[in-house]
Design a protein around this ligand. Structure first.
Ligand SMILES: Nc1ncnc2c1ncn2[C@@H]1O[C@H](COP(=O)(O)OP(=O)(O)OP(=O)(O)O)[C@@H](O)[C@H]1O
Ligand SMILES: [Mg+2]
Length: 462
């Protein structure tokens, strides 16, 4: 497969010239304005992009090119972006490089020179990818996900297996637990990784526009359908479609989706022609879909469940995540390194995190922006001093984690103390002592037969 490049320019002539020169070596994507550029970028994920910095000629105040550059880099920081500028535009060229552009090229364009620069951009991108892949546990975690806890490590392994298998997936987890990141990880680990990734938020549009967003429509299908439109399923052909908030699909659309999963064919709204598609579906939900009996069971059981635990059930991840966000933010703002005080770490560990990782990320980012200290204290994180127990310090927090581990081991072993002790690597007597100290009641963990069956269902392997 040829490597993919996106060319953003408002001048048709230049695009034509570039296409002619690059087509033998690359798959060419083209956008003539900011909106189109974003849409194509999101779906196709090109490795290299060229942007003409003056998307509206004659208007030196136009910053859309620089805006696009920033947008692309926040969406996919490893994209290599070459900005093309007017010959007299030194200042914005330098600004572009400062913002993270790979390089700049001043007009007039000499194709052979530009081609060399593009080739180099692809080469660097590839090297970078290779380094990332050879260290899956490196600085960026598992595909941008930090998770040292045993439960997340297990999920990462599960994701790897699922990604390779091409099954349809349902990612279930509370708000802010990382469902979107998991969806991207599955796509990027699959054989479809070089093909489109499209996303639809099923909660964001009313039923009939959602139907046409998914399946497309023919001209005249309904009032306002002035032209034929291809739906996201079609755009995702050979790749992946991410259906966020799938619980918001109406029963009628659930049936249509199920039909697609069964026969891999669609018809556009108002159309009669049947279109064969090869699309992998990854769905996400923050509700229990079987609750209230409104979700189609047949559809539900066709999706392989990836359950993401809330942050409060994986306390070991809180501090590594906090450090990760602090570091990332400081790097992004080019500010000197900031640290968390032990008391601040203690406060983070005690917080319930109803908004999960997103809440943690927001809180850290507010603190990094607002505080002028190089060591963040609980008050910098917005924790009022009187809301923290006075003895919260790292020792206290470690105890909270210890109690957590014990509960997990007991729960995993259905309350059988000897086995839990073995998992924890301590003696039975020692475990009884600790349960006593933390007031952990053994009865809670002796699970009934029916919930045992339930557990097997979600934990079942492929
Ligand atoms: N394991 C993780 N490591 C690092 N960052 C994470 C992790 N999980 C989530 N995040 C970050 O937390 C934020 C929320 O994640 P994401 O959007 O994937 O959650 P979500 O489950 O889709 O949330 P919602 O249900 O609200 O749509 C994002 O900024 C994401 O980058
Ligand atoms: Mg989401």
């Amino acid at each position: 497969m040829k490597p993919r490049i996106l060319l953003v320019d408002d001048e048709e002539n230049i695009l034509k010239q570039l296409r002619w020169a690059l087509e033998p070596d690359y798959e060419i994507l083209i956008a003539q304005d900011e909106y189109e550029a974003k849409r194509i970028f999101e779906i196709m994920g090109p490795a290299v992009v060229t942007i003409d910095l003056s998307l509206t000629p004659g208007n030196s105040q136009d910053l859309s090119g620089l805006r696009l550059l920033e947008y692309f880099l926040t969406q996919a920081p490893s994209t290599r972006i070459i900005v093309i500028t007017g010959s007299s535009d030194e200042a914005s060229s330098l600004q572009a490089v400062r913002l993270g552009a790979f390089d700049y090229y001043s007009k007039p364009i000499r194709l052979d020179e530009l081609k060399v620069m593009i080739k180099r951009a692809f080469h660097i991108h590839q090297l970078h990818q290779r380094i990332q892949q050879s260290y899956p546990g490196s600085a960026e975690g598992f595909h941008g996900m930090i998770g040292k806890s045993k439960s997340m490590q297990e999920i990462f392994r599960f994701i790897e297996r699922i990604a390779a298998s091409d099954v349809s997936v349902l990612i279930a987890g509370e708000n802010g637990t990382g469902k979107k990141l998991v969806a991207h990880a599955i796509h990027n680990l699959s054989q479809r990784k070089d093909n489109p990734f499209a996303a639809v938020n099923c909660g964001a549009s009313p039923e009939h526009s959602l139907e046409s967003e998914l399946f497309g429509h023919e001209r005249g299908a309904f009032f306002g359908a002035y032209a034929q439109k291809r739906g996201k399923l079609e755009l995702a052909h050979t790749g992946t479609l991410f259906l966020d908030e799938i619980s918001k699909l109406t029963p009628a659309l659930q049936v249509k989706m199920l039909r697609f999963l069964k026969n891999r064919k669609i018809e556009r709204v108002g159309g009669t022609q049947t279109i064969d598609l090869d699309v992998r579906i990854i769905a996400a939900t923050n509700h229990d879909l079987l609750e209230n009996n409104v979700f189609d069971k047949d559809l539900y059981y066709r999706l392989k469940l990836v359950p993401l635990p809330p942050l409060r059930e994986r306390k070991e991840d809180i501090i590594p995540l906090a450090h990760y966000f602090v570091k990332k933010l400081c790097r992004g703002r080019r500010s000197p390194p900031i640290m968390l005080s032990p008391e601040a770490e203690g406060a983070l560990l005690m917080h319930p995190w109803a908004g999960n990782i997103r809440e943690l990320e927001n809180l850290i980012s507010r603190a990094v922006v607002l505080s002028s200290h190089s060591v963040l204290k609980p008050s910098d994180l917005g924790f009022a001093l009187n809301s923290i127990p006075t003895d919260v310090n790292l020792k206290f927090a470690k105890k909270a984690i210890e109690a957590d581990f014990i509960k997990k081991a007991l729960s995993k072993n259905n309350g059988i103390v000897s086995r839990a002790a073995k998992d924890l690597g301590i003696s039975r007597v020692n475990l009884y002592e600790l349960m006593d100290r933390y007031n952990i009641q053994i009865q809670e963990f002796k699970i009934s037969r029916s919930s045992e069956r339930q557990q097997m269902k979600t934990g079942e392997v492929l």
